[in-house]
Design a protein. Structure first.
Length: 522
């Protein structure tokens, strides 16, 4: 089981990792605002380390995936590594390195520090849930990765095997099940050291089962029997239904380490100056996304997007009028003449430093319940009931931004109007209903969980997105299906890497069109 493992450290990063282990207090993960003085610690304090592990897990995001799922676009492709539609093989390998040298390092150290005893059962179980969250993102991005032998680099094992994704998924699901069942109301938790829930074990239990629901549903095309079993187990355990139980961290507009890292990333990469003539990476919101929101009269359009309008004195002010919003085509490879007229992220929501970072949402779990219902795996309510609750919770969640800024836009009456105009397709075919559920997830998770948007599209094929074959494209215009294992890993763990390559179909595996195990959607 994963709780017996330790994080894997590539050979070239061992020195960095040792520093993390021995001097973890020097990490700039927002400790000041958490009233923690890590510099005074000579040993791992689980509560402090858990805070740092949560912040580290939040700090890394693959924001360029928003362009892959066609919600952002950029004309300035540069060398192909920027966000956009060039689908370049030099995509960053940040998440791979982040897990093995930062995120999982900390959760591993917590598990090493906490003995297997009744008084530690909640702390260990919560840590195991967080680790499953870290590793499921990793394997969904890369496919087979080091897992069962991960963490032996400090013992001079620099060549861990690549485990199959099938094995990894089985283990993660079992981990979540064991951890959720082990949580005990009679034992202590992390308390204020837990930024998600303040140590509330019942909310952690719901998070564990919700994550199980996500992972179980991921198996629908490759192992439908196992998918049904795990989905039904998760539902029976109790999943997140409302925003009261969602895990998130609320950030502050202070020093860089205290700011929402997702907002910081998109500001730094593109939107640092209102109505920049070019934007750093030439980015705007994509036509595919804007058109969808306009076609469905989605009130989220006003809460999420703006156009910057010149005021006559050289200054600009944003305008979020729905009719003014305009998405940029993803086929541009030169500066568009009407660049200034395209929509950008809303400064009162998506660009706020003092905004929440979400790790799971109520709309996702409810949409998964809706899918379970159309598959016949969930009978407590109809798919329509779960779908409608997903829409309501998803729109209400934006009220957490900016002291409820979006609550004045996404009012109950407007949500009612949206559902009236876009009712659940109760008489539709299975594929029509799956399309509607998946497209709602794609729209709802905009700049909330780009990992899940991409993964769900790969699994279901919905919404129906069309790749763009611009010059320099490395996939012939096909939307990527996976990320590329870093070159350092290929070089220093070559034998095990090559074995994974051959097992998954030969040299074609480690490119952007190679499929992960559960991705068999045509």
């Amino acid at each position: 089981m994963i709780m017996k493992m330790h994080s894997y450290l590539p050979k070239v990063l061992v020195r960095v990792s040792v520093i993390v282990f021995v001097m973890f207090a020097s990490c700039d993960d927002g400790f000041d605002t958490m009233n923690i003085d890590p510099n005074s610690q000579s040993v791992v304090v689980p509560e402090n380390m858990f805070t740092s592990a949560q912040l580290s897990t939040a700090s890394h995001n693959e924001s360029y995936l928003v362009a892959v799922v066609q919600q952002h676009s950029t004309w300035n492709q540069g060398d192909g590594t920027s966000a956009g539609t060039r689908y370049h093989t030099d995509w960053r390998h940040g998440y791979f390195n982040s897990v093995y040298t930062n995120q999982a390092v900390k959760t591993n150290k917590i598990l090493e520090q906490l003995e297997e005893s009744p008084e530690n059962i909640n702390k260990r179980s919560i840590t195991r849930i967080l680790r499953a969250y870290q590793f499921h993102r990793l394997t969904d991005l890369y496919g087979d990765v080091p897992y069962s032998e991960a963490g032996e680099a400090l013992e001079q094992n620099y060549s861990p095997v690549f485990d199959t994704q099938e094995f990894i998924y089985t283990d993660m699901l079992e981990e979540l099940n064991e951890a959720a069942q082990a949580l005990s109301a009679s034992q202590p938790s992390f308390g204020s050291g837990d930024l998600f829930y303040g140590g509330d074990i019942e909310q952690w239990r719901k998070f564990a089962y919700s994550l199980m629901l996500r992972l179980g549903m991921r198996l629908t095309e490759v192992s439908p029997g196992d998918a049904e079993t795990w989905v039904e187990t998760a539902i029976a355990g109790g999943v997140i239904l409302t925003n009261e139980d969602i895990p998130y961290i609320m950030y502050e507009n202070g020093r860089a380490a205290d700011r929402n890292p997702r907002a910081q990333s998109i500001i730094d990469s593109n939107y640092g100056t209102p109505q920049d003539e070019f934007n750093f990476l030439g980015g705007k919101i994509a036509k595919t996304f804007i058109d969808h929101l306009q076609d469905t009269n989605d009130p989220r359009l006003e809460a999420l997007t703006v156009v910057w309008v010149e005021q006559g004195d050289g200054s600009y002010a944003y305008d979020n009028s729905p009719e003014l919003q305009r998405g940029m085509e993803q086929t541009w490879t030169a500066y568009p003449p009407e660049f200034g007229e395209y929509s950008e992220p809303h400064p009162e929501t998506l660009l706020r430093y003092d905004s929440p970072m979400f790790f799971f949402t109520a709309e996702e779990s409810n949409l998964l319940l809706a899918e379970a219902a159309i598959r016949g795996w969930y009978t407590a309510e109809t798919a329509e009931e779960a779908y409608n609750r997903a829409v309501r919770e998803g729109m209400d969640r934006w009220s957490l931004y900016g002291d409820g800024y979006s609550a004045n836009i996404l009012t109950e009456s407007r949500v009612d109007e949206y559902l009236t105009e876009n009712p659940f397709l109760t008489g539709g075919s299975f594929e029509e209903q799956l399309d509607q559920i998946s497209t709602q997830k794609w729209a709802s998770l905009y700049h909330t969980d780009e990992y899940e948007q991409w993964s769900n599209w790969r699994r279901t094929g919905y919404p129906e997105l069309q790749g763009v074959n611009v010059p320099g494209n490395h996939t012939g215009g096909e939307i990527p299906r996976r990320m590329v294992v870093p070159e350092d890993e290929q070089r220093f763990n070559r034998e095990n890497y090559e074995a994974a390559v051959q097992r998954q179909g030969g040299p074609s595996w480690n490119n952007l069109l190679g499929r992960v195990w559960w991705d068999v959607e045509d």
